[in-house]
Design a protein around this ligand. Structure first.
Ligand code: SAM
Length: 343
């Protein structure tokens, strides 16, 4: 009689995976610190690599094999049956210092800040508040100069261009508001893709300065303006054909008042592309979202439940024409396209 096959993987496997991820994160961190993906732009054997850096050859071989299993390296055998390792497509694109889309430092920043938050969970539960090292505007300006800029260039801006390409003709003139646009690279990418578009990046004043710098560097100052202000209290302008608003509504105290302001800022027929992560109903999908958004939730910020934003848009008189999954840095989100009715 055959032995009954036990259920695989074991029910504890997801939790073992958490501890295993610690080693994978360190392996990647070390690869970034050593600029490994730049070196392995051309294939190399572990022995040659170890010799180049005075590393231990066996340890190097096993580390490379782990990175291969994480799909950060490709490998192939030569005629002598020796493995040669080279950076994978994703590592070349996003984790190589010479790539325009490099997110290596941004990834390291995310790892460090999530570890730091995780280490403070017990204190947070007891209600201990950690003093913010910088004032709000300055904190966002630091983010805009650092990881937000890298992630916008690599992830958010290409996703925005792809989405907007379905909604605007390249040769038409239109007016954009990139609300809470951080470093402004979404607006910059849209302006490059749509030569007749002009518009505004609205941001807290300190971050608006960073966006202004990016706009100037891109030679787009005649078409894009970085306007500093508080979107809750200040005038955000009117007559927009399209408002791009991603990962911003978490920070406004009153959702309905903010959506009413966005509705009024659009031309009749104009569209709000509202891109935010919401907490899904299913635990598997909710897990990633909650791990990322727990710090925000603990600060008392808003992360809506799946479907809540749509309801809030409908309540303000928007017509919700489309809901599309979209890749945002760290966790996927939903892009809701909400139109101001023509009458
Ligand atoms: C998570 S970032 C998102 C940046 C950008 N939209 C993106 O998706 O990459 C949130 C942005 O909202 C801006 N923000 C938050 N509260 C704001 C307010 N009251 N007025 C203007 N901007 C604000 C922050 O400065 C920050 O750049």
């Amino acid at each position: 009689m055959n032995r009954p096959v036990e259920a695989l993987p074991h029910a504890l496997q997801p939790y073992w995976d958490l501890s295993l991820a610690a080693v994978q994160a360190e392996a990647l961190q070390l690869a970034l610190a050593e600029d490994l993906f730049e070196t392995l732009a051309s294939p190399c054997t572990p022995e040659a690599l170890a010799q180049m850096h005075a590393w231990q050859p066996e340890a190097t071989r096993h580390w490379l094999t782990l990175l291969w299993s994480m799909q950060l390296l490709d490998r192939s055998r030569d005629a002598a049956s020796e493995w040669h390792y080279a950076s994978s497509e994703v590592a070349r694109r996003y984790l190589t210092s010479s790539s325009a889309l490099d997110c290596g430092d941004a990834w390291r920043f995310r790892l460090a800040s999530l570890r730091d938050f995780g280490a403070g969970l017990a204190n947070g539960l007891r209600g201990e508040k950690r003093p913010a090292p910088l004032a709000n505007g300055e904190r966002w300006a630091v983010a805009a100069r650092g990881h937000l800029a890298r992630e916008q260039a690599a992830v958010t801006a290409p996703a925005a261009c792809e989405l907007v390409a379905y909604r605007r003709a390249t040769e038409s003139a239109w007016r954009l508001l990139d609300l809470g646009g951080g470093p402004g690279l979404v607006a910059v990418a849209l302006a490059k893709a749509f030569p007749y578009m002009h518009g505004v990046v609205f941001e807290l004043p300190e971050a608006a300065d960073v966006a202004a710098q990016h706009i100037a560097e891109a030679g787009l100052a005649s078409r894009l303006e970085a306007r500093g202000g508080d979107l809750v209290r200040d005038d955000i302008g009117t007559g927009y054909d399209l408002i791009w608003c991603s990962s911003v509504l978490h920070f406004v105290p009153e959702l309905s008042a903010c959506l009413a302001k966005l509705h009024a800022a659009l031309k009749p027929g104009g569209e709000l592309i509202c891109v935010h992560a919401e907490i899904p109903e299913e635990p598997e999908a909710a897990r990633r979202m909650l791990s990322y958004y727990l710090p925000l939730l603990w600060q008392g910020r808003r992360v809506t439940q799946a479907g809540e934003l749509r309801q809030a848009l409908l309540a303000q008189g928007f017509e919700v024409c489309e809901a599309q999954p979209i890749a945002l840095p760290m966790a996927p989100a939903t892009a809701l396209v909400a139109r101001r009715r023509t009458k």
